[in-house]
Design a protein around this ligand. Structure first.
Ligand code: WT7
Length: 614
């Protein structure tokens, strides 16, 4: 039986049954028929929830880039792998074939080697959405270096703490990045960050914007000059199944961001399998995910999942509003995009601005995807009717940085969809809704969203802190992974995600930990205390509302406070974490043990928001 590509409801049902009855046989069938292995595994899965130890395909050897690139050279050498669409529509797009991708990745891999990078070393990437970013990710994987991509919207200090946490000695960046009408001065941010990163000895700089930058001799090197001299062949490093592939940081409800570690074999198998089934990608389709590679969505569903399937995947450098709000529709028409994957925040912004969508031919679209936060009914209907013309199934894909791949989603054209519902787990995924007594049985039900059996692409640990991994995800419930989300299940067993149950706020699809932002605010001399909560926002889904108590003798008014706080947040976390609203208060409500009562603050904030307007 072949469970890799499920083409109908019967196949889906059989896959679910088999995956439950015999998980090892299920995953073994998928792994052995659709991937290239250098050495087979001894055991499909071995796990222990109590120590949070999960091993998939143990004993196997592979290299994910052979699966994402080399094996397609036989029949797809000339097919487009990456389709780059620049920020400026007049610049013209670039189609990179699998053959070219192979050469570019090998060259970049040889550059890394020439700079002394070895298997297991961490390489930090702080780059705009340019082709070099995709090449760099794959080049690391080629030689077994562990990539740690930091989204180029993060500030110098956020970048520095991520570099130091994983101990990378080499960083790849660019002279700048185009984002709408702005030029991001990435190199200056890097220069500032590196004043706090003594271990970094080498910075490779890609050229993109040509804005003036300073190159520090001995440390900074132009990437293009090194690439020019590099060989276009580089053997793929044999990797153990459980060797780390990458680290990606995600914000938690408390403390520093967590470096989630993903490993080679399980991540490859699951991202490929989920991409194929959720989007029902077939040969020749053009697939576009609008995320940035700096987030897990970009890792799994711009780069690895699509390429493992020999797909054509679009990489867009810009933003939906530049030069105008019709940019997405223009790109869909221009490239004949078949599967389109974006976030509710973008959908709401586009619905609001209209953007002349009716003037574009969107008939190529077959599947619409959404990810990042719950999608509201109104946005869903607009997406379905206006963008999809009522013909395209919407796949509302629930997953997390930690899960590596899509866990709950409609399979396009196979299983049914329902507005605001992520619907059903993929075969092989076993969700449970928990309350204090354990799993809630029967339907309908509500509870905390957990998973009671491991899956191949789950994160294996938090870099440098396995205990924190156990405490965060495996301590609330016995024998289960706890996602941090609440959910409900309807009569038919369809899941609807209701949102985070902790202090993580999702703004425009970005996962923000309130602790990190509060830490930044607290560095202000005249601020005594603060608490940040998330409040519903028309476009962003949620936005940040800050309760601030100023020091006794402070002379600030609310306007000044907001400006100065946002400046601090921009410097220390990034502009995406700026506060939408603030309220000066004399005290914060607290429990006896001194814990701020956020539930009460959320209520107050919801009530006040409307009075404040913008
Ligand atoms: C959190 C994970 C995984 C890609 C992007 C976000 C929320 C994600 C959905 C969805 C409702 C969703 C959850 C989750 N979330 N997708 N389809 N419906 N909520 O990754 O930054 O790790 O955030 O995003 O709350 O826990 P992330």
């Amino acid at each position: 039986m072949d469970f890799y590509h499920l083409r109908g409801l019967d196949a889906y049902q059989q896959a679910c049954d088999q995956a439950k009855a015999n998980p090892s046989a299920f995953w073994e069938a998928i792994a052995s028929q659709h991937f290239q292995w250098q050495k087979p595994w001894r055991q499909v899965v071995d796990f222990d929830f109590s120590t949070a130890s999960f091993r998939w395909f143990d004993g196997a050897q592979l290299n994910i880039t052979e699966n994402c690139i080399d094996r397609h050279l036989v029949d797809k050498a000339q097919q487009t792998a990456l389709l780059f669409e620049p920020n400026d529509p007049n610049e013209g797009s670039q189609a990179i074939s699998y053959k070219q991708l192979h050469a570019e990745v090998c060259k970049m891999a040889n550059v890394l080697k020439s700079q002394g990078v070895k298997k297991g070393d961490r390489v930090c990437l702080y780059m705009p959405m340019i082709l070099e970013l995709a090449y760099a990710v794959l080049a690391c994987a080629r030689i077994g270096a562990i990539h740690s991509v930091v989204f180029a919207g993060f500030s110098a200090s956020a970048l520095a703490s991520r570099i130091n946490d994983c101990g990378s000695e080499l960083l790849i960046t660019a002279d700048g990045g185009f984002r709408g009408s702005k030029v991001l001065d990435l190199k200056s941010i890097v220069d500032e960050a590196l004043t706090d990163c003594p271990k970094v000895s080498t910075v490779l700089v890609a050229k993109r914007t040509n804005n003036p930058i300073t190159m520090q001799p001995e440390r900074d090197l132009w990437l293009a000059e090194l690439i020019e001299q590099a060989d276009s062949n580089c053997p793929a490093e044999p990797m153990e199944a459980e060797d780390p592939l990458f680290i990606l940081y995600t914000s938690g409800s408390t403390g520093q961001p967590k470096g989630m570690v993903h490993s080679c074999a399980g991540y490859m198998v699951y991202t490929a399998y989920s991409f194929k089934n959720v989007f029902q990608y077939t040969s020749g389709d053009v697939y576009w995910c609008t995320a940035d590679i700096g987030w897990i969505t970009g890792h799994s569903y711009i780069v690895y999942g699509p390429l493992a399937n020999g797909a054509t995947t679009v990489m867009f450098e810009g933003v939906p509003s530049y030069p105008d709000y019709d940019r997405f529709w223009q790109i869909i028409e221009k490239h004949g995009v078949n599967q389109f994957y974006t976030a509710p925040t973008a959908i709401r912004a586009l619905a609001k601005h209209g953007g002349g969508i009716d003037q574009y031919d969107l008939s190529s679209l077959k599947v619409l995807g959404t990810v990042g936060e719950p999608i509201n009914e109104e946005a869903w209907q607009w997406y379905f009717n206006k963008v999809g013309g009522g013909r395209c199934p919407i796949v509302d894909t629930w997953w997390q940085t930690e899960t590596g791949g899509i866990m709950i989603s409609t399979l396009a054209g196979i299983t049914d969809y329902k507005p605001t519902f992520a619907t059903q787990p993929l075969p092989g995924i076993q969700p449970a809704l928990m309350d204090d007594q354990g799993p809630v049985k029967g339907n309908p039900a509500k509870g905390k969203l957990c998973f009671t059996y491991p899956w191949p692409s789950m994160a294996r640990t938090i870099w440098g802190n396995h205990q924190r991994y156990i405490d965060t995800y495996f301590s609330d419930f016995d024998q289960a992974y706890f996602s941090g989300d609440g959910a409900l299940r309807d009569e038919q067993g369809h899941y609807r995600i209701t949102g985070r149950v902790d202090d993580v706020v999702i703004v425009s699809g970005h996962n923000l930990g309130t602790a990190e932002i509060e830490d930044a605010i607290n560095t202000h001399d005249e601020i005594a205390e603060c608490a940040i909560v998330g409040v519903a926002h028309e476009i962003k889904g949620q936005a940040l509302y800050g309760f601030i108590t100023v020091a006794k003798d402070a002379q600030l008014d609310a306007g000044e406070v907001q400006q100065e706080i946002n400046q601090l947040i921009t410097e220390r976390v990034g502009a995406i974490a700026k506060l939408e609203w603030i309220q000066l208060v004399t005290d914060l409500p607290k429990t006896r043990s001194g814990k701020i009562m956020r539930r009460i603050l959320r209520k107050i904030a919801e009530g006040q928001r409307d009075d404040f307007g913008d």
